[in-house]
Design a protein around this ligand. Sequence first.
Ligand code: MF3
Ligand code: CO
Ligand code: CO
Length: 275
Amino acid sequence: MDEKHHGRITKEGIRLHESADFAGMHKAGQVAARILDEITEHVFPGQTTEEIDRIITEKVNAAGAKSATIGYRGYQHASCISVNHVVCHGIPSTKTLKPGDILNIDVTVIVDGWFGDTSRMYVAGELPRKAERLIQVTYDALMLGIEAVRPGNTFGDIGHAIQSYVESQRMSVVRDFCGHGLGRVFHAPPNVLHYGRPGHGPRLEEGMFFTIEPMVNLGRPETKILADDWTAVTRDKSLSAQFEHSVGVTTSGFEIFTLSPAGLFHPTYQQAQAR
Ligand code: MF3
Ligand code: CO
Ligand code: CO
């Protein structure tokens, strides 16, 4: 029992938060989600990912929040921006976006000590047909995973829901990165795997807070890390997509802390149509 934070820790090391803690997570999650909403109009061909990150940094500060990623293990940016075959942890750079590029933007903020972590897909210009399918399957996989969140289910149920759907669509789930517990810390137990077997893994209990953030590839699941020690890419150079929500386990199911205030979580079709 941790005197300062109250709440219990399971034998797997997973913190069970108090019901009052949901409000803190909601507030942090909404700040992160709003920043992702507001960045939508800044994604277009010719734009640099460095400029997108600069605007995100500004918005984090304007919200009175703190970036969780600046200074995290030496990382120096307020976002990860992962373009096309970059799986995750893409570093913002001076490279410009090309028409038809798809990208994941991942933002984590700290508000009143609580962490809000979310990412979603964007497109520069028109969305290519193959990318559209990949993005839709990845989004649906995340939501199927979230629908498995309720007390009594296991983390294996979440992973299985994601994996079985993705593989039924002849795409692959990345194994090398996973979701994570969070709350007053960025990365806590458990590792939330996006593959698994029904009934396996720790049992879900009310008050657990964690992310689900499946990465899905059009080709094979293997990844490699580039020489910058951060950027993860698909080994076969196939396109990769990811969506991430921070969620909490409630009495009867789940609360999504990072729902888009503007309803833009999966905006790529509208974006494509608007141009
Ligand atoms: N936000 C990422 C996650 O979903 C972590 C980024 S860590 C960084 O867990 F240092 F690369 F920013
Ligand atoms: Co995360
Ligand atoms: Co994230």
